[in-house]
Design a protein around this ligand. Sequence first.
Ligand code: SF4
Length: 154
Amino acid sequence: MVEVKKVGIISCSGEECAGGGISRLAARHVLESARPGRTVTICLPLFLAGGEEERYFARTFPTITIDGCDKRCAMRATEKLSGQVTQALTVSELLDSESALAAPFSQRQLNGEREKQIAKVSAALTEAVDEIIGKPAAKDLLTPTTPPAGIRLL
Ligand code: SF4
């Protein structure tokens, strides 16, 4: 039996509503801070364009999709091009449709409320990763990536 060591996270690339931005920032938070070394974020546009390594990864390793809204573009693309996903999360279900379908925002427009939403979605993603490969002991967690001065990960 192959031991599963990494989980792929594919986030939608929606620019039309807040849910797309929330899903991308939550995915980055899990990759860089919550579960570094245990997760890989796959680029959806490259995946769609035919990146063979990305498609191979999604076929071989468990994959979680996180979509901004219930159109579930990342989940549908992954299942069409690669295979069934292990878990499909959506911001509209984890928060609510109103928050997910709100106007898109830039990093400069992040506020306390938005950061709480991103934290809630990243917590759900982290829990989904742990369900697949188990919760890591503190000693097994890599040090989170430290961003250069002036750059925020969230
Ligand atoms: S899932 Fe929703 S937010 Fe994400 S790309 Fe599709 S339509 Fe846009």
